[in-house]
Design a protein around this ligand. Structure first.
Ligand code: F6P
Length: 320
């Protein structure tokens, strides 16, 4: 039987993390548990920055972006001696179990902590949607809507000036943000790690578009494909007839008030995580598959193949 649980956020922040924290705290208290917050992710765990939370600590945060517990990336957490400090700090306070809200890097830390005696449950908090064990991660929907808002605005000026807009979005080696926003925006071209397009083909297609009297084009590109997106846009200008301008949306994509979808997803997952810990589970991560909240062993989750959304790609092609 557990009595005290902790909650932390780790890795890149994502809108909806606060809703997940709130759900963990409120559900934990409701079931008679003591709940502790950990500041700055695994760093705070190692440094002992751990404090008790009550229901008021999570009042008025459902609408707030970022994470009230702040976040960090701690590479050293891979080392057992560093993790041991975290375990010692938790044991000192009598904390039996932990909810870790973050991306797949954070999941590995959660699994390792479980193996060292602290049951952990991972919640998928990242804008990237790069976790195979869930259809959607917390933060993805909000981020997608932010991208849409930005691209809508860029579209206005792109049309006025009859240009080609090359827009780089985040994703960290996962193309979902580019693919989904590309479909939502009817982009002329979408370039992602799963669906790369050779540069010659990009130029050829844009040249044809330009020659067919298309006055403007939108190209959405995942980050980390082109080392210099501005140089890529310059090559488009030289080779296609379009005047191209590159825009890097950057961290604007990670901020802002979470969408209804992310708030509800986070609430469902947070409450599920507490239930799982009360059932004595650990080393698992929570996902939403076909609108059902489910859990997977973390190692299994990390080895699942990611959906490459082939049917979505077909749809994009049909609607061109
Ligand atoms: O994982 C979320 C994410 O925003 C990625 O899309 C991006 O590659 C990375 O984090 C950027 O991280 P940071 O803000 O630490 O540079």
């Amino acid at each position: 039987m557990i009595h005290k649980i902790g909650v932390l956020t780790s890795g890149g922040d994502a809108p909806g993390m606060n809703c997940a924290i709130r759900a963990v705290v409120r559900a934990g208290l409701r079931y008679g548990l003591e709940v502790y917050g950990v500041n700055d992710g695994y760093k705070g765990l190692v440094e002992g920055d751990i404090f008790p939370m009550d229901r008021n600590s999570v009042s008025d945060i459902v609408n707030r972006g970022g994470t009230i517990l702040r976040t960090a990336r701690l590479r050293e957490f891979k080392e057992e001696s560093v993790r041991q400090k975290a375990v010692d700090n938790l044991k000192k306070l009598g904390i039996d179990a932990l909810v870790v809200i973050g991306g797949d890097g954070s999941y590995m830390g959660a699994k390792k902590l479980t193996e060292m005696g602290i049951n952990c449950v991972g919640l998928p908090g990242t804008i990237d949607n790069d976790i195979a064990s869930t259809d959607y991660t917390i933060g993805f929907d909000t981020c997608l809507n932010t991208i849409m808002d930005c691209v809508d605005r860029i579209r206005d000026t792109t049309e006025s000036h009859q240009r080609c807009a090359v827009i780089e979005v985040m994703g960290n080696h996962c193309g979902d943000l580019a693919l989904f926003s590309g479909l939502a925006e009817g982009a002329e071209m979408i370039i992602t790690p799963d669906h790369p397009i050779p540069e010659e083909e990009v130029m050829e297609s844009l040249r044809k578009l330009h020659d067919s009297k298309k006055s403007r084009a939108i190209v959405i590109v995942s980050e980390k494909i082109y080392p210099d997106i501005h140089a890529f846009a310059a090559r488009i200008s030289e080779q296609t007839g379009f005047e191209a301008k590159a825009e890097v949306l950057g961290r604007v994509q990670r901020g802002g008030s979470p969408s209804a979808f992310d708030r509800i997803l986070a609430a469902r997952m947070g409450a599920y995580a507490v239930d799982a810990l009360l059932d004595g589970k650990g080393g698992i991560c929570v996902g939403m598959v076909n609108n059902k909240i489910v859990d997977y062993d973390i190692y299994e989750a990390l080895s699942l193949p990611r959906d490459k959304h082939i049917s979505m790609l077909r749809l994009i092609d049909i609607l061109k």
